[in-house]
Ligand binder design. Structure first.
Ligand code: 8OZ
Length: 347
């Protein structure tokens, strides 16, 4: 019987169970280079069927949050190799999430103005490492620059494999650059990258295709968040937008589609059932019972985020119905081992 503890195959990646660690920004890689503490953190969580790392910048201008890891030069590759080796030594699987933050950034963090689909600033503020500041107004990427950013996804995917990581996830969710192209309130372009649904979806699909060309479809996943307004995304026609994106992604035979199921009134499982035929991971506030119900309905795996922070051995705890430890929100972002690698496994 299929349950959270049965193995599955996502493209070229074999999972020992269907409990996935969701990507979570922890901001503990100063300078963008994954370090020994990061390797220890991920290795502690290697009993997940698959770890999806925190959002990792495929380019310098993609690192809008302080101290997030990156993947575009040799130092990053060396850092990620240590992480991949530590996870593999414990029998785990790990893909790196490629996150270009686009306009969700501040020039103090980037050292330059951010880029976006259009020159439309996100409302609200972002933490710069020292203070909360208004988001910087991005400059709209030119057509040639868009091609460069797409090529950066390909390079990052190639470097991920060079580092020994099992694959990549393109972060198309939560209001970062691919989602900025998708959303009509953030993208007012009149060229082939804006306007119609087909045009707004072009960047996400091109970035995905670039990664696929670099490392093969069986090692590429994509994350979407249909209907999620996070980072000021608004799309009055989101069901149609995401139906198109999912149908296009389905043609690509990817390792998986990872969809956040967090928006009240938005029937994500129905959207996926109708438009996507491959392996699907769902995420968003799941407990064991709800996870098993979705698996019974054909979902491949469930991603757990916050529960993995304070429960490094989450699969064992779910298997034994042990109580889950609660994380300290004060140590979610930045800092040291406290609230990061000091949560014990159950006795
Ligand atoms: C919350 C705080 C910082 C980053 C995402 C990368 O939503 C994030 C993120 C969320 O995907």
């Amino acid at each position: 019987m299929t349950n959270l503890f049965s193995p599955t195959q996502l493209g070229d990646i074999t999972l020992a169970n269907r409990i996935v660690m969701a990507p979570m920004t922890r901001s503990r890689s100063p300078g963008g280079v994954p370090n020994a503490l990061n390797a220890e953190y991920y290795a502690q969580r290697a009993t997940a069927g698959l770890i999806i790392t925190e959002g990792t910048a495929p380019a310098a201008l993609g690192a809008g949050y302080p101290h997030i890891p990156a993947l575009f030069d040799a130092r990053h590759v060396a850092g990620w190799r240590a992480v991949a080796d530590a996870v593999h030594a414990k029998g785990g699987r790990i893909v790196v999430q490629l996150m270009h933050t686009g306009r969700i950034a501040h020039e103090e963090v980037l050292g330059a103005a951010p880029v976006g689909a259009s020159a439309i600033a996100a409302p609200g503020q972002i933490f710069t490492g020292t203070a909360m500041r208004d988001h910087s107004t991005p400059r709209a990427l030119t057509g040639a620059q868009i091609e460069e950013v797409i090529a950066q996804y390909a390079t990052a995917a190639r470097l991920a494999r060079e580092a020994g990581l099992d694959g990549v996830e393109i972060h198309g969710a939560n209001g970062y650059l691919p989602n900025q192209f998708l959303a009509p309130n953030v993208n007012d372009r009149t060229d082939q990258w804006g306007g119609s649904i087909e045009n707004r979806a072009r960047f996400l699909l091109a970035a995905t295709d670039a990664a696929v060309a670099a490392i093969g479809a069986g090692r590429v996943g994509v994350r979407l968040s249909p209907g999620n307004p996070f980072n000021d995304i608004a799309d009055p026609d989101a069901p149609a937008t995401y139906a198109h994106v999912m149908r296009e992604l389905a043609k690509r035979n990817l390792a998986y589609l990872h969809v956040m199921n967090v928006q009240p009134g938005f029937d994500v499982p129905a959207l996926v059932r109708t438009n996507y035929q491959g392996q699907v991971i769902l995420n968003g506030g799941y407990d064991r019972a709800r996870a098993e119900a979705d698996l019974a309905a054909g979902i491949a795996a469930i991603a757990f985020g916050v529960p993995f922070i304070a429960n490094p051995d989450l699969p064992a705890r779910l298997a034994s119905s042990l109580a889950l430890a609660a994380p300290d929100k004060a140590t979610f972002y930045g800092g040291d081992a406290r609230g990061y690698t000091d949560y014990p496994a159950a006795a």
